[in-house]
Design a protein around this ligand. Sequence first.
Ligand SMILES: CCC[C@H](O)CC(=O)SCCNC(=O)CCNC(=O)[C@H](O)C(C)(C)COP(=O)([O-])OP(=O)([O-])OC[C@H]1O[C@@H](n2cnc3c(N)ncnc32)[C@H](O)[C@@H]1OP(=O)([O-])[O-]
Length: 713
Amino acid sequence: MAECATYGTVAVLQINNPPLNVLGHDVRSQLMSGLQQALQDKAVCSIVIMGKGQTFTAGADVKEFGTEKVFWEPTLHSLVEAVSASTKPVVTAIHGTTLGGGVALALASHYRLADSSAKMGLPEVQLGILPTCGVTQRLPRLVGLQTAVRMVTSGQTQSAQQALTAGLLDKVVTDDLLKKAVGFARSVDVRGLEARRVSSWTVPGADRAEDVLDAARKTLVRRSRGAIAPLTALQAIQASLLPFETGMKREAELGRYLWTSWQAAALRYAFFAERTVKRWHIPRNKNVNYRTAEPMDIKSVGVLGAGTMGVGITISLLQAGLKVVLTEVNKAQLDKAVSLIQRSLEGKSGGKPQPMQLRATTDYSQLREVDLVIEAVFEDLALKKKVFQQLDAVTNPRTILATNTSGLDIDQIAAATQRPDKVIGTHFFSPAHVMRLLENIYGRHTSVETIATAMQLGATIGKVGVLVGNCPGFVGNRMKGLNFTEAMFLLEEGAEPQDVDKALEEFGFAMGPFRVSDLAGGDVHWRRRIQAGLTTEHGPPPYTPVLYRQGNRYSPLADMLCMQGRFGQKTGAGWYRYKSGSRTALPDAEVHRLIHKHRQDHGFQRRNISSQEIVERCLFPLINEGFRILEEGLATGPQDIDVIFLLGFGWPRHTGGPMYYADKVVGLGNLLQSLEKYRAYHPRSAHWVPSSLLRKMAAQGTSLSIWAAGSRL
Ligand SMILES: CCC[C@H](O)CC(=O)SCCNC(=O)CCNC(=O)[C@H](O)C(C)(C)COP(=O)([O-])OP(=O)([O-])OC[C@H]1O[C@@H](n2cnc3c(N)ncnc32)[C@H](O)[C@@H]1OP(=O)([O-])[O-]
């Protein structure tokens, strides 16, 4: 856990708690007793604290949070204060990704040394808590307010070089950290320790503090969108301008406030949910799971289609060091894609992709020897079936064929091949090289090896893979579609697009549904609705009522915009208008007139609609659908749905995701009541009918956490 050794006059305490040396109770106890021994040992003049293995430490053990263990002595706070109070100089020697409590230990030490590859960061706000243990008081004294605010409120890591420049480190070394740290510790002045204690310093540039804090507050109010941790952290940093002890008290008060908040619990849930989804199984056959599966080794991947998605997917694959054969029938499109890919990779790595790694071609037969192909052609079932038939003929029979469809039937696509066991959906989210989600969809015949390979590929390219079953829209788009449907009904009843967007942005989404639609392009879903027979390019299908389709209430507003060529930002007009070259959504009188006329034509009485109603009407049907998805066995558990929404649809992380939010914030009983209430007003919308799983759980008073625990192997 923590090992102690002496090198002449230097005592070295080494954390050894693989994989990440987290500071659980055992580690803290052993570090504390090692420190005390070193202080008592007359032969020891200075002390080094460092870590073995992949990192110094990833900080506190998050698994202890929410349990009593975190308060067992020595707490992290006691350990940090003992380091600070040491009567012998303490040198912290850092390597790997050092986070949270690791940075707290370093700040309390008298000297800080790091390996050149080290990174340091304070991810606490991402867990909804405050970096306590004096971090908010010592860090500004060491690096100034501006850097401290940036590090604490963003959670972003600093490279060793950045940390050195900022004053967070005293020295960066290149190799043999143990030897260098011992040498450094031997050389430090054992007298004058007080002057090395950061707690005795004052914050540099305190005369400009007001300006720095005001600017940070304005940015955070805009960016945090309801998350309380970043602004609370700013208050704690502000307290560093007070005498150290007073600031520490304020830090402790604010720390307690966040520690006990529902947002901290939600963010902790989100942290573990992202890691839980890799433990997948198929609900209808639990024997098919991550433990029984053996993935194929993937070294080369073919990408078919060089549009926006194909380009993003190719970049992700190349960044992970895989060989890619990018295939596109249109030569001009292919050339454009290659130059986009090269520019993107140059921007990141300073180098072009090696010619060996990216081969661009118009010739399908070049895909013959790749291990896996990801098809990313236009979202059209007939086209995809044709492409899969060709792929089946041209590729090696062992090659896995993946489709980047966002909602089409995997079984129908697989049926176009002689190898349905090797066909799977790999749904990337746009921009594919940025978004961390990969929704993997198995069909009726997809083999366990194919599933394991797609999940493994996700991990290889730095994405979080979530496995789901096959249904129209899969999990993400099936649920998300309902959000947009209700958003349009709200327009019919009296809201304007900007009212709906504002309410959902205040809830925490980066963008409301109409701004998202304009960004993505309204034509994508319009084409899908045409294919589904819900509308035609010229209006409702013959003999179809304007406001009802296939037995449900239907709003034709989005179709009406598309019929006018208003596809969103790319056409300069959608639900909003856009000045040339600008992405700023401006309310558009044309759209308001169109909505107003539609209301008049169909007898809607305009009424004022509250933000609460907007949020409930847009989100509750989506959550209800999540319960249906669980009931139908299309997701391994609620975490899978939450991760899809957190990483793929910008669901505000501090609420934990739709299923967690329903369970812990709204309450399943309240959710059921609301669904019943809206169902009474909107009897022609099937999405208000509560799912039987929700009814059952609300009646039994059970929580989704029972499901979450029981649904994992
Ligand atoms: C009192 C408060 C004051 C203090 O300031 C608070 C803190 O320090 S707050 C803490 C601040 N620190 C953080 O917030 C650190 C958050 N951690 C990270 O950001 C990444 O893990 C890291 C970048 C370090 C490595 O990425 P990677 O290489 O892709 O590895 P990976 O992510 O796949 O993790 C491997 C396994 O380790 C597990 N695990 C990880 N961290 C912790 C932890 N702290 N604890 C427990 N477990 C943790 C993780 O669940 C996984 O387990 P499993 O069973 O295999 O699912």
